[in-house]
Design a protein around this ligand. Sequence first.
Ligand code: GSH
Length: 218
Amino acid sequence: MLTIYGVHRSRASRNIWLAHEIGLPFRQVPVMQAYRLRNPDAPEAPLNTRSARFLDVNPNGHIPSMDDDGLVLHESLAINLYLAKKYGGVLGSQNVAEDGKMGMWALWAATEIEPSAIQILCHRVNYPESERDPNVVQAAIEALRRPIAVLDRELAASSFLVGGRFTVADINVAEVVRYALPAPELFEAVPSVRRWVEACHARPAYQRMMADREREPA
Ligand SMILES: N[C@@H](CCC(=O)N[C@@H](CS)C(=O)NCC(=O)O)C(=O)O
């Protein structure tokens, strides 16, 4: 059976959302981020990204990872491309051109969007008030204007990113764009992105993942 390493409150959410979309059974090992623990190395600490038992799985010390019948993969977006292709039917690529586009969107999300989107999430939500820097948020918003406009043009022409249907490309990009949502001013001029985010978040598999995520300790 597929094993997903990582708590819901991490990039493992992407893999869990996809698994729910497919109806793919999996075992979750709730490895949490070491930085969320006061003493991650203490013997009584919960399994975390610095635990020797997890470093045996992923020596990078990051979640998520997955093990599918002995094939171990890291990198949330690559895991999703693999699972969609192997188990996802029309959620995955149907030909080499779609393969190329899905790879492109995953790498685009990771490089063009994620670094700035994470800054928005940290400085508007995750960090304590005293550590939040509005200048960092402003710089991130400015950096994201062009790529988010690119996404908007794409989604004005087609409801979803690849093949005119909901696919793993939408999950991968929507999960990265989610980190920027605490900056609503970034989305004012991109109605097609807003419509698409709403459609992605209305999916029962996403809502199930988010409901489980809400139940996890913050
Ligand atoms: N590019 C990686 C990033 C993985 C990553 O940084 N994960 C975070 C949690 S979302 C993590 O493990 N942080 C804990 C740590 O670095 O100790 C991916 O997409 O899987």
